[in-house]
Design a protein around this ligand. Structure first.
Ligand code: ZN
Length: 277
């Protein structure tokens, strides 16, 4: 199952077709993503037999974030060994967590106004939480994930690294710095939900690529570690980390410029596209 939002309403997606969940369930489910993801098991059961006769076509530009109002957005630093090495750090023993404040979350095809400083890219696979829970066991952790989507952890490195010790969250939360989409894909749709290939292109150049099997802390372990402290809520997001190839670790460093286009793609999900102004 694939889900997304159009005009801030939860829809199921099948190729170019979208089915409005509230309308076509006769009001059984809300158009609000957080409300309906709280009943994620019921939603998938209904979706399996849904009548697509009333589906409408859509274009990618119409899509909003699959989860537009997450109450918590968790993000993981240094979750791929080569990226930890390029950033000058040892691989961490525990997940290094920060937040992207939720006002930065957007849909998949956007124009992003670059702040002054050193704006940079980080492709990430993003987990969208379903019913949620507290102290989730490893055996149940994948069941807590409603779907996976494509994200960019856009990061302004000057704000990110200011202060001693530095804190990551603010520099990663400018407006538009958390694009996600085009849809969330339930984990049963992947041949191996632990091994998704992804890549990111800036203009003609492939700047990052990797596979989620290369994570230091895989997604189910992140769910366990985070939910051991914070109860996970329906619609929460986990940005699961980026591989090597970010701009500020290049020699010389390279930062995003007005007019550039960044396309981020995950196999089995789709792509998001940011144009910078
Ligand atoms: Zn990141």
């Amino acid at each position: 199952m694939r889900f997304a939002t159009i005009d801030d309403r939860l829809v199921l997606v099948d190729r170019e077709w979208a089915l409005d969940v509230e309308k076509h369930s006769g009001g059984r489910f809300s158009a609000d993503v957080n409300t309906t993801l709280a009943r994620f098991g019921e939603l998938t059961a209904w979706a399996a037999g849904a009548d697509w006769a009333g589906a409408v076509t859509f274009t990618p530009e119409q899509l909003g974030a699959p989860s537009p109002r997450p109450r918590q957005v968790f993000a993981v630093a240094l979750n791929y060994r080569p990226h930890a090495a390029e950033a000058g750090f040892q691989a961490p023993d525990e997940p290094l967590l920060f937040t992207k404040f939720p006002t930065c979350i957007t849909g998949p095809i956007t124009e992003v106004t670059l702040p002054p400083g050193k704006p940079d890219w980080e492709i990430e696979v993003v987990a969208v939480i379903g019913a949620g829970g507290h102290r989730i066991a490893r055996a149940d952790a994948w069941d807590a994930v409603a779907g996976l989507t494509v994200g960019q952890d856009l990061s302004e490195r000057a704000v990110q690294s200011q202060g001693k010790p530095a804190q990551f969250s603010l520099g990663k939360s400018f407006p538009g710095f958390g694009p996600t989409g085009p849809f969330a894909v339930t984990t049963d749709e992947f041949d191996d939900r632990n091994d998704l290939a992804f890549e990111c292109h800036l203009g003609d150049e492939r700047v990052q690529h990797g596979r989620t099997s290369e994570m230091i802390f895989p997604i189910d372990e992140l769910v366990v570690k985070i939910s051991a402290v914070c109860p996970l809520l329906p619609g929460d997001l986990i940005f699961t980390g980026t591989p090597a190839g970010v701009g500020n670790r290049r020699e010389p460093p390279r930062y995003l410029q007005p007019g550039e286009v960044l396309v981020s793609r995950v196999d089995g999900i789709g792509e998001i596209r940011q144009t910078f102004v």
